[in-house]
Design a protein around this ligand. Structure first.
Ligand code: GLN
Length: 494
């Protein structure tokens, strides 16, 4: 049965639809893979074997009853543990939420279930999605299947490790400043951050609400696109959700796979290169850009001068929003409660719980954000950062007046070793350099594997105007087609 794990989601769905395989057998094969590999990978926080098999059986029953199944019915999926799941513990990889069993599903989980996908369990992340390596998880770091001493990226590193290691063909991640794209890049898979407002945030545990977006991971561009279409669309339960048609991303992926980019202009962001970028990353990106030109695209250089300030602006805006969002963890409503005896004051219980429940990085962000929002500093820090955010959006508008998409490395470096960087917050923040501009501007961006540097995967980031997610998928599919294998993930140690 293990051959199932190497197939794409589209292939697996085809087997279920034509009755060649049952959703139960496919699900069991992935559960077995998790059992045999997750002690080394630590990709999952919770595995829901029983629930997954029951969901798979329901899909098999629908097919047996002659129902026409939706496109990804019967395909297993891993869900980041910051997405709320009815009846399944949801922790955000924080001690403060341990034991919390939500009474409802996030909108995207409702959509997954309606589409017949089979949730296998919940994946590891940096606590409340704050980090770039999963080392800020209360459950210990996840590991990269390409090299177990290295990070699978973060914050959605459990999801990226699971897909790269064939534990699941698909996964859900969330991306606030790069948390889908960077882990995809570091594990050799595809990950897309949709246009802000394209996918419902209802039922995502909020980190920075003006930036948070859920999105798909897959080993192929088409798989990511098919999943995108399942989760996208207007949701009245999210006030920032766009009430506009979902871009036709699966069609775009199919068109791109033909490898013809005639008529397209591709802008290379000149600011996202140079010092701090690994030579192997730079050369893989340059070779890919040359390949895009061969496929008919016109290539131009695009300076985006304000991108240089994205890191500083993001690390004020995101902590500011987090300091407000995380105020809800007050020891009264969810999870942990410390020091709750008759003598204790309300304030002492709240302070004790937050001190015991939050990790060091989360506390650091709450303190930075509270400071940046405080009277007397607001204009100098938060207000200033918001102005920079506007300038970054304008850089995108100027650039897109001369090109259809912008490209850059997804990450300045390949997967780094677990350990040293976790000691140095500034060094950890610096790896987000390339992904932050698209987050601040709310534009869609994808990461697609485009080569190797020292035997480790390199990702190309493709950014497009608001609601032109289809362009990201089209160009990504062309890149994928130009590589010999559509699936870079080799998971050599497993
Ligand atoms: N690494 C960034 C941060 O720590 C981005 C995380 C994310 O996108 N959730 O905030």
């Amino acid at each position: 049965m293990t051959e199932f794990i190497k197939l794409s989601a589209a292939e697996l769905a085809g087997l279920v639809a034509d009755g060649t395989a049952s959703a139960r057998d496919i699900t069991q094969a992935h559960l077995d893979r998790i059992t045999s590999t997750d002690e080394r990978l630590n990709a999952f926080v919770t595995v829901d074997a029983e629930g997954a098999l029951a969901t798979a059986d329901a899909v098999d029953a629908r097919r047996a009853a002659g129902e026409q199944l939706p496109p990804l019915a019967g395909v297993p999926i891993a869900v980041k543990d910051i997405v709320v799941t009815n009846g399944i513990e949801t922790t955000a990889a924080s001690k403060i939420l341990r034991g919390w069993i939500p009474p409802y599903d996030a909108t995207i989980v409702t959509k997954l279930r309606a589409a017949g996908l089979v949730p296998l369990g919940k994946t590891n992340l940096d606590e409340f999605a704050m980090g770039s390596s999963t080392e800020n998880s209360a459950f210990g770091p996840s590991r990269n299947p390409w090299d177990l001493a290295r990070t699978p990226g973060g914050s959605s590193g459990g999801s990226s490790a699971a897909v790269a290691a064939y534990q699941a063909p698909l996964a859900i991640g969330t991306d606030t400043g790069g948390s889908i794209r960077q882990p995809a890049s570091l594990t050799g898979i595809v990950g897309h951050k949709p246009t802000y407002g394209g996918v419902s945030r209802s039922g995502l545990i909020a980190y920075a609400s003006s930036l948070d977006q859920a999105g798909p991971f897959g080993r192929t561009v088409l798989d990511a696109a098919l999943l995108h279409e399942v989760i996208a669309g207007h949701d009245p339960a999210d006030s920032t959700s766009l009430d506009l048609p979902v871009p036709l991303v699966a069609d775009a992926a199919r068109i791109g796979a033909a490898g013809d980019l005639t008529g397209m202009t591709i802008g290379v962001v000149s600011n996202l290169s140079g010092e701090g970028y690994e030579p192997g990353v730079v050369s893989a990106i340059a070779a890919t850009v040359a390949q895009l030109e061969q496929m008919g695209a016109k290539v131009v250089e695009c300076p985006c001068p304000h991108f240089d300030y994205a890191l500083a602006a993001y690390y004020l805006i995101a902590p500011s929003e987090c300091s407000s969002n995380l105020a809800r963890f007050d020891a009264m409503r969810y999870g942990l409660r410390v020091g709750d005896d008759r003598q204790a004051s309300l304030e002492a219980v709240m302070a004790g719980t937050r001190d015991a429940g939050f990790g060091a990085e989360v506390k650091r962000r709450i303190i930075i954000g509270t400071y940046a929002l405080s009277a007397g500093y607001y204009d100098a820090y938060y207000g200033q950062a918001q102005k920079v955010r506007t300038l970054i959006s304008r850089d995108f508008i100027t650039a897109f007046s001369g090109c259809d998409v912008l490209v850059s490395p997804t990450s300045p470096i390949v997967a780094f070793e677990l350990g040293p960087r976790a000691e140095d917050p500034m060094a950890m923040y610096a790896v987000d350099l390339c992904t932050l501009p698209a987050s601040l501007a709310g534009v869609p961006a994808i990461s697609v594997p485009c080569g190797l540097s020292d035997g480790l995967p390199v990702g190309l980031q493709i950014m497009a105007p608001v609601l032109a997610d289809d362009r990201c998928y089209r160009v990504a599919a062309a890149v994928e087609a130009s590589l010999n294998s559509p699936v870079l993930a080799a998971a050599p140690q497993l």
